[in-house]
Ligand binder design. Structure first.
Ligand SMILES: [Zn+2]
Length: 270
């Protein structure tokens, strides 16, 4: 564990010492439940787990080290390296290239998932990330390497956490499958409520869902012989999508249709 972890520990431990709480049900028996709360993205901050600890100093000391270590991992990914470099290109809303010691480092922003380039809001998300980091000297807090060989990390521009900012501004989703940080879940909730960025769309398609659809062939919509398969009508909204649209063949209620039916989709042009 690096200095980062140690710093967190001492902060947490300071809190433990100052808050002497009454002993609640047997401490060890409580642990599994508290852990799962911390791991899942619940409505409560994981730090509340600490408050249930017994006041006995020796037990608190042990529990403090044990719990803090586990919670630190559950909340925030462990930083293995910090790299200083300049962002020389932005591929999309969650991937950039950073020049570090004259070498190009492909960095996938950890904990977030932004719309793909060929997806709705993909271009806007890329613009948003460019505005935050392009041409700037940044610190990459490296978490690890993904299966494509990209560095997984958090990009800091001064004090600004670009990963978190993308979620906060509504240009990326919290990537809950791989990241359990409560603060990121909260930022997404707030962005959704405020309808910021891609949340202006009442039912935006998650990027992982979009990718899954790209991988599997689309269901062939039922059709009659005289209707070409090139358009799809959402019979609930009356919106018509063309075959390149992410909603083609995907709406809850719909059918194939001709080029004159319904009104054209605002994204694909119908
Ligand atoms: Zn469409």
């Amino acid at each position: 564990m690096g200095p980062h972890w140690i710093k967190r520990s001492s902060q947490r431990f300071g809190r433990l010492e100052t808050r002497a709480m009454p002993v609640s049900p047997p401490f060890l028996a409580n642990l599994p439940m508290q852990m799962s709360e911390a791991n899942g993205v619940s409505s409560k901050a994981p730090t509340t787990c600490v408050l249930n600890l017994p006041s006995n100093f020796a037990v608190a000391l042990l529990a403090g080290f044990f719990l803090t270590g586990t919670l630190a991992c559950a909340e925030q990914p462990h930083v293995v390296d910090e790299l200083l470099g300049k962002v020389i290109s932005v591929a999309d809303g969650d991937t950039v290239t950073v020049l570090v010691n004259k070498e190009q480092l492909r960095v996938r922003l950890e904990g977030i998932d932004a719309p793909e380039s060929n997806q709705s809001f993909g271009a806007r998300a890329k613009q948003a990330l460019s505005g935050l980091v392009f041409g700037k000297t940044v610190t990459v807090k490296k978490i690890g390497t993904d299966r494509f060989g990209r560095t997984l990390g958090v990009i800091m521009v001064g004090d600004i956490d670009a990963n978190a900012k993308m979620i906060e501004d509504g240009w990326a989703w919290h990537y809950k499958q791989y990241n359990k940080e409560y603060r990121l879940a909260q930022l997404e909730d707030a962005a959704r409520k405020a309808k910021r960025g891609l949340w202006a769309d009442p039912s935006p398609l998650a990027p992982w869902e979009f990718r899954a659809r790209q991988r599997t062939p689309r269901p062939v919509p039922e059709s009659s012989d005289e209707t070409p398969l090139t358009f799809w009508l959402n019979v609930s909204s009356g919106v018509r999508h063309n075959s390149t649209c992410e909603h083609f063949g995907q709406t809850k209620r719909g059918r194939s249709c001709g080029p004159d039916e319904g009104r054209p989709c605002g994204k694909c042009g119908g």
